[in-house]
Design a protein around this ligand. Structure first.
Ligand code: BGC
Length: 795
């Protein structure tokens, strides 16, 4: 019997009460089983960057079992590397298998609308294409191992401010083009087992009770076959939620709500057919999970779950955490030290040109290295809230450095001098700054780690501003003033104010919230064992005022209006010609890449086929390295506003020193479409598109033009409210309009000046009878509308 038939058969044998009860959890982390029919329960755990299984510790409700803490989504997004993200997804899923977790509550793919969102560290990007690609990779990786992934939080949970109640008022176009697009891509490319409905409301309906989102779009248009689970405690009205498409209320049990659902069916307020569909989703999930669990190494591990991740698995996952963190770090700036020739202590560097950039640090060159910043010793590697993983082990920068130094020949080992720089809350006191200044002054080079403390970045609330904690900017200034060979490293899960001090630091590296092996990874990057190749997945603004949503954040009176529309992230900075501190896609390398001329595989394209753009990339340096080559589409003149550029393809290329390789960028036809609110669908504007190829959204190295011909030309329907200009632009519309105008009127129109003509043309058709004092009748207008809509319907 097919799985579907088997599941349907089981649903037909469930009582109404059982079906209702399956719609809420059996506890905090599992679904309801129906043992008489052999329907097992499904265990779910957070996600997204590591597994969090509560430890059932009566002393500490927050405690969880050790698992590998991988780089957070905001950090790993810097890798722009789908293979790597899939590998991490698979490793987390392997740990799920060991613990008996069937469904992982991740990835989080909400768009970063404001840099202040407390949960940005859990999300990938401000760009829906990039977030969709990375999210799909994660889901594929996890599900390949037989553990389901849950894409969250659907939809528009883009800030934490009043997250459980706020009403997001968003227009149809940004909803489709920006906020739903990553979800859509993941659903289509990777078929996640589950989608988690968010806490907030979207245009007046809670996400868990949103029929349009859950039924029309997710299940209807995208043909999503999986489960819709609520965010934890997100359900207000369960009957409405069930009617609108929600399968599972979490956590449970929620017998009051189960009873309400059963009663609603008895009263005829909820159809039993709908309840059957919800139960079918749950049964299919349970069967699928059980089937995957069968293949687990120790049989049904669920009965004997592991206590912790140990031995080889722990070690290999730790190494993956380190590699993925190093691959994700973004080199923001890297210049030679301002004072050249000798080091501060008067000794000339032992080897190498002094005009070389500050990074990588060749430790054997130095007699001493100053390491400043509490985070070097007490790593900060993840954010707060439900995603917090209890790491199997944590590697600090200092440990990593000492390990590395111990491997050097005795006479090449630099002394490591340490200064705390700031306290637990991140504040750098004057005395700490002075101490740091003294330590770096006497060293040959300094590694300074700054960033946000634990208390600032978390689920449940937003950040108050972009600033580093008090005193840290002064700390950066003093360290860089005292020590020309200073490398500043940033530990944070979201953009910070950087513009005011960037000029004073010769070298800046974004380490992000890099997971439990972030310390070792940072050492790998700053010492050159790994050549950084990460790129920013979000724009860093100069000031908060420059962020596209500035006037529409955080909201008021219970709602937030997404007034910036589609102009989110770099789309908004570029359209308003506001220079950010660091543009989307930016990131340097120790290698230097030059781009050849891009070429497209043809000059004419359509929106239903792929187009391939190739560009030669040369590594002009003596180091092997990686370059993320990005392609942005610039649309021609269109009746709807278009962003100056939109990311449509990218590829990460590994190029050996001195070599040249070809980057192949596959542009999907849909990159030429936009969501037209009048048509209520995706529309392709025909014309000449520029495809910009570059190393960041603002470092464009070449472009190629293609003429795009829509596969199916779609025009907005002509109505009586369409302007005369719109009627004239439409082939049948023009014919009908011209036929309506009697000769004497034509003369009047011809006699009008240019401004008057334009004024008339901007009037809606429906005003013609009044304007012409009855020479054109209302009946003629009605006829024209009827016949144009008949012709567009193909009648
Ligand atoms: C979060 C979810 C998480 C759930 C379970 C909620 O507070 O928003 O992302 O999966 O808790 O811990």
């Amino acid at each position: 019997m097919s799985d579907q038939r088997h599941a349907e058969r089981l649903v037909s044998r469930l009582t109404m009460e059982e079906k209702a009860a399956m719609g809420s959890g059996a506890g905090f982390w599992r679904s309801e089983a129906v043992s008489r029919l052999g329907i097992p329960s499904v265990q779910m755990n957070d996600g997204p960057h590591g597994l969090r299984i509560p430890a059932d510790d009566p002393e500490n409700a927050w405690s969880s079992r050790p698992a590998t803490c991988f780089p957070t989504a905001s950090c790993i997004a810097g890798s722009w590397d789908m293979e790597l993200v899939a590998e991490v997804g698979a490793a987390i899923a392997e740990e799920c298998r060991a613990f008996g977790t069937d469904l992982l509550l991740g990835p989080g793919v909400n768009i970063k609308r404001t840099p202040l969102c407390g949960r940005n560290f859990e999300y990938y990007s401000e760009d829906p294409f990039l977030a969709g690609e990375l999210g799909a990779a994660f889901v594929r990786g996890a599900q390949h191992v037989g553990v389901g992934a849950t894409v969250k939080h659907f939809a528009c949970n883009n800030s934490e401010y009043q997250r459980m109640t706020i009403d997001v008022r968003v227009d149809e176009r940004p909803l489709r083009e920006i906020y739903l697009r990553a979800f859509e891509r993941i659903v289509r490319l990777a078929q996640p087992w589950a989608v988690m409905a968010a806490y907030n409301q979207v245009n007046g309906h809670f996400a868990c009770e949103h029929e349009e989102l859950l039924e029309e779009i997710l299940r209807g248009a995208w043909e999503y076959p999986g489960v819709v689970v609520s965010d934890w405690m997100a359900v207000y009205d369960r009957v409405k939620a069930v009617a609108s498409g929600l399968d599972l209320e979490m956590p449970g049990p929620s017998s009051k709500n189960d009873d309400a659902v059963a009663q609603a069916v008895r009263d005829g307020r909820l159809s039993e057919e709908t309840l059957n569909r919800r139960a079918l989703s749950m049964v299919r999930l349970a069967l699928r999970a059980a089937e995957c669990a069968e293949g687990r190494p120790a049989g049904r591990v669920r009965e004997t779950p592991a206590e912790e991740i140990r031995g080889e698995e722990a070690e290999s996952h730790h190494q993956l955490a380190r590699r993925s963190a190093a691959e994700s770090m973004v080199l923001i700036k890297n210049e030679p030290p301002p004072e050249r020739g000798t080091t501060r202590t008067g000794r000339a560097p032992k080897r190498g040109a002094s005009s070389a950039p500050v990074l990588p640090l060749d430790l054997s060159e130095f007699s001493s290295l100053a390491v400043v910043g509490r985070f070097a010793e007490v790593p900060r590697y993840e954010g707060g809230g439900s995603s917090k993983v209890r790491a199997t082990r944590v590697e600090s920068v200092l440990e990593g450095l000492r390990e590395l130094i111990a491997k050097l020949p005795h006479d090449s080992r630099p002394e490591v001098k340490v200064a705390g720089g700031y306290g637990e809350d991140g504040t750098a006191e004057v005395s700490e700054i002075e101490e740091a200044a003294a330590v770096v002054r006497d060293a040959d080079a300094a590694l300074l780690i700054v960033g946000l403390p634990d208390s600032v970045e978390s689920e449940g609330f937003d950040r108050a501003g972009l600033e580093l904690p008090k005193g840290q900017v002064e700390l950066i200034r003093r360290v860089c003033a005292e020590q020309p060979r200073a490398a500043v490293t940033i530990v944070a899960g979201a953009p910070l104010e950087i513009a005011s001090w960037l000029d004073e630091a010769p070298s800046v590296l974004l380490a992000g919230l890099a997971g439990q092996a972030g310390g070792g990874a940072l050492v790998d990057v700053v010492t050159g064992a790994v050549n950084p190749g990460g790129k920013l997945a979000e724009t860093w603004p100069v000031r908060l005022e420059d962020t596209p949503c500035y006037l529409n954040y955080p909201g008021e009176a219970g709602y937030v209006r997404y007034g910036e529309g589609i102009f989110v992230g770099y789309r908004g900075y570029e359209a308003r010609r506001i220079q950010p501190a660091l543009p989307f896609g930016h990131g340097l390398s120790y290698s230097r890449f030059t781009y050849g001329t891009p070429s497209a595989d043809r000059g004419e394209a359509s929106d239903d086929e792929e187009l391939v753009v190739r560009v030669p990339i040369k590594n002009e340096s003596s180091r092997d390295g990686t370059e993320v080559v990005q392609l942005y589409v610039e649309a021609p003149e269109c009746r709807c506003a278009r962003p100056p550029k939109e990311l449509a393809a990218f590829t990460k290329l590994r190029v050996s020193a001195g070599d040249e390789r070809e980057a192949v960028l596959v542009v999907e036809g849909e990159a030429f479409r936009y969501w037209d609110p009048e048509v209520s669908g995706w529309v392709c504007q025909g014309g000449e598109y520029r495809l910009h190829v570059g190393s960041s959204s603002q470092d464009i190295r070449g472009a190629v033009s293609v003429t795009v011909v829509p596969a199916e030309p779609v025009r907005p329907p002509l109505t009586e409210r369409s302007t005369l200009n719109e009627w004239l632009a439409h082939p049948q519309g023009r014919e009908l309009l011209e036929a309506m105008i009697p000769p004497q009127l034509q003369q009047t129109f011809q006699a009008a000046g240019a401004a008057e003509t334009e004024m008339f043309r901007n009037m809606p058709l429906v005003k013609l009878p009044r304007l012409t004092q009855g020479m054109i009748t209302e009946d003629q207008v009605r006829q024209a509308v009827r016949s144009v809509s008949r012709r567009s319907d193909g009648a």
